[in-house]
Design a binder for this molecule. Structure first.
Ligand SMILES: C[S@@+](CC[C@H](N)C(=O)[O-])C[C@H]1O[C@@H](n2cnc3c(N)ncnc32)[C@H](O)[C@@H]1O
Length: 275
């Protein structure tokens, strides 16, 4: 099947008309691929402070340090992550996700490009997009094709991606999983697939305002919790046992769910007859 980066006589449909195109990585050609113009800056303005905090956390992690992040949801519950995991070459549990991306793949919220780069290494057509300047810079530095873009704004290859990745909890982007999955449907070919990382069954789902906290990783003893006001952002969490209901609201069908190395995932495709 042809991907968004294919040449040939078929008419290309880009949301941005002459916008950049994803490419396969070629030997000796790392970073941006052909046709990659200067990035369009695209940050959800309300999330500026969170994005700055995230950028700093990524740079710290890329220098090899621990880089804890705490997301506090509207119910006051804390969700912990370490940006160092995203800067790693491989996260246990990535394999099944990568195996399922058998064609042109858009890695939404690619972070430092771990998965985009792994797909390129497998010979896949892959593009990472992220609103974080640090993420895109780090992704490009490791050889991934990546653009600084907002998933909700115009993107190259709309309607031509065979796979969209929402890894590492990225189904939470924007704080409205229905809107995000509907957007992913627009980006996909009619029989394309979204692969989303989920929270374990029973973990509960939530969506809406949250705050991002970056406790001092150099602090002695256990990392303190999300003290202070934090940086506001909109985020969501989807538990595996809530995926069917979310899919119905998003005009998608769940093809499968699976678990690997303690991580949970689901694959969705456009519901039959959905317009
Ligand atoms: C949980 S991290 C994911 C890390 C990444 N998947 C990895 O493997 O390193 C969430 C990512 O989503 C990005 N993001 C947040 N909102 C976004 C949006 N509207 N469009 C694109 N990326 C977004 C963040 O900048 C961040 O890099």
């Amino acid at each position: 099947m042809r991907g968004p980066a294919d040449g040939g006589r078929r008419r290309r449909r880009h949301e941005t008309g002459s916008g950049p195109r994803p490419c396969r990585r070629r030997a000796g050609r790392r970073g941006r691929g052909p046709g990659m113009s200067a990035p369009t800056v695209v940050c959800p303005p309300g999330d500026r402070a969170a994005l700055d905090a995230f950028d700093r956390a990524l740079y710290r992690a890329s220098a090899g340090a621990r880089s804890p992040l705490i997301l506090r949801d509207a119910n006051g519950r804390e969700h912990h992550a370490d940006a160092a995991d995203w800067c790693a070459g491989h996260r246990p549990g990535d394999s099944g996700l990568l195996d399922r991306c058998t064609g042109a793949t858009l890695d939404v919220g690619c972070g430092p490009g771990r998965l985009t780069e792994a797909l390129l290494r497998r010979g896949r057509t892959a593009l990472g997009i992220d609103v974080s300047a640090a993420a895109v810079r780090l992704a490009q530095a490791r050889g991934a094709t990546a653009l600084r873009r907002d998933v909700f704004r115009p993107l190259p290859g709309r309607g031509r991606w065979e796979h969209v990745l929402l890894a590492d909890g990225n189904v939470g982007i924007g704080g409205d999983p229905v809107a995000l999955l509907r957007r992913c449907r627009e980006l996909l070919t009619p029989d394309g697939r979204v692969h989303a990382e989920l929270s374990p069954p029973g973990a509960g789902s939530w969506a809406g305002p949250a705050t991002l906290h970056t406790p001092d990783p150099g602090a002695a003893g256990p990392v303190p919790g999300g003290a202070g006001p934090g940086a506001p952002l909109r985020w969501a969490q989807v538990a595996a046992d809530d995926l069917e209901a979310l899919a119905r609201s998003s005009a998608l069908d769940v093809i499968e769910t699976w678990t690997e190395e303690g991580r949970w995932f689901g694959t969705l495709t456009a519901a039959r007859g959905a317009s």
